[in-house]
Design a protein. Structure first.
Length: 450
């Protein structure tokens, strides 16, 4: 059976006190909505519809960057979840299959949970909702059951005192035949305490029609929603704890796990080592047996098998370290590749460059890649030795087995096996220091400065 995702992301998020739409706030280095859409990907959806509202242009841009095939619809007035779902009807007018309603601010729904909902649908239930048991249900909507039959879902402010004692709560996530779901939503009423069209009311309407409705129960932690900055911080802590555990379970060593921060798409190979205070931003892959030493910050980087990074290194997007490459303390790499066994031990900037196998980048080396208008590339050949404090003014090439002398400014290509020296001659002036200092003292005294 075909499946469509309807992701509700139109809320104002007023409690975030932010100019940024709520679903674009980052969690694990990517917007919240990426997590929501990602959780539904386990169902291999044929269509994805994102219902936007506040900040729709920015939300649509982010969604399209994630998947150009996502359909974007706009809920111009926020009249409730049932009304929001109806906004997707036109986008799915030719669709025949199940629709799953997810929420852009609910990032932790697990694959296994959605699959159990799918199994319940395939077992003959017309509508499947997702619920959770809560020791402190607070203002959550309550799921009213009669044996194994779901009778209705009641919002907290509409619930009786008896209903408020129920601990089975509604997550808001629903799975049903798309056409049937839209049909039930079209008949919703907003005669309730909130004056809104609740998606949850389709349960009672379905029961009246004799349809089969059930609930699948998940862990409450999966349904964690983000409505405030504090909840966002809590969600980040949950994400990081889950990501670290998953990494260590797969064979990654972390010396001080609580100080390591991963991203949604971090990929870590077995037996790699992450030392304390490492930050891996989006787009990082670390292959097996590589080491990321303390206080290093990586984003958009690929670290090859057995490579070593840091401590105190910064690798920016476009960095690629081949097997056995080494990047030491206070080295910054950007849009550059280091070949197998290449080394940049300390205090260097390598940007827009290709560094060959077993090349050595000395301390203080800078690839001068930007002229204020355009970026230019530097090529450093295999086994080349770049002396300390070399300035490589791109575009320029240093050949295989070539050497640049310390303190050189290289503006022309260096042939294979050649030595390039551009430093000025050193002049010695005996006794000049005393004369120069005396001149400075007389000048200072004449100026009247203390």
């Amino acid at each position: 059976m075909l499946t469509a995702l309807i992701v509700l992301a139109a809320g104002r998020g007023t409690r975030m006190n932010s100019d940024l739409p709520k679903v674009l706030h980052p969690l694990g280095g990517v917007p919240l909505l990426v997590h929501a859409v990602g959780s539904g990907r386990c169902l291999s959806p044929d269509r994805v519809v994102l219902v936007t509202g506040t900040g729709s242009d920015a939300v649509a841009k982010s969604a399209k960057a994630l998947d150009p095939e996502i359909d974007i619809v706009i809920q111009t007035r926020q009249l409730g979840t049932g009304h929001a779902v109806l906004q997707a009807e036109a986008a799915l007018k030719d669709f025949s299959g199940d629709a799953v309603v997810l929420y852009g601010d609910t990032p932790f729904i697990r694959e296994g949970t959605l699959r159990r909902m799918k199994v319940a649908r395939e077992a003959g239930h017309d509508i499947v909702v997702l619920g959770f048991e809560s020791a402190k249900p607070g203002r959550y909507g309550r799921i009213v059951m009669d044996g194994g039959r779901l009778v209705r879902i009641v919002e907290f402010r509409d619930a009786t005192e008896t209903e408020r004692t129920i601990t089975l709560c509604n997550s808001g996530i629903v799975m049903a035949d798309a056409e049937r779901m839209f049909g039930l939503c079209r008949g919703l009423s907003n005669e309730n305490a909130g004056g809104e069209y609740y998606l949850t009311d389709i349960v009672e309407r379905a029961r009246v029609r004799g349809l089969k409705v059930t609930a699948v129960i998940c862990d409450e932690r999966e349904t964690l929603g983000v409505n405030t900055r504090a909840q966002l911080a809590h969600a980040e802590a949950v994400f990081q704890a889950n990501a670290r555990k998953g990494a260590m379970d797969s064979g990654v060593t972390m010396v001080a796990p609580d100080t390591v921060f991963l991203s949604y798409d971090t990929r870590l190979g077995p037996d790699c080592l992450l030392e304390p205070n490492v930050i891996l931003g989006p787009g990082v892959t670390v292959e097996a047996h590589a080491t990321i030493r303390a206080f290093s910050h990586l984003e958009g980087a690929h670290i090859g098998r057995g490579a070593v990074v840091g401590p105190f290194a910064r690798l920016r997007p476009g960095t690629n370290l081949s097997s056995g490459a080494k990047v030491g303390n206070f080295v910054e790499i950007k849009n550059a590749s280091l070949g197998e066994g290449a080394k940049a031990g300390h205090l260097a900037y390598v940007g827009d460059a290709q560094v060959g196998p077993d090349a050595n980048i000395g301390a203080g080396t800078v690839t001068c890649n930007y002229n204020g208008v355009e970026k230019h590339r530097t090529e450093i050949g295999a086994r080349a030795f770049i002396g300390s404090d070399t300035m490589l003014v791109a575009p320029v090439r240093v050949g295989d087995d070539a050497i640049t002398a310390s303190g050189s400014v290289i503006t022309k290509d260096v042939p294979d096996g050649a030595l390039a020296i551009t430093r000025a001659d050193q002049n010695i002036k005996p006794g000049a220091t005393r004369r120069l200092l005396e001149l400075y003292r007389r000048s200072r005294a004449k100026s009247g400065k203390p």
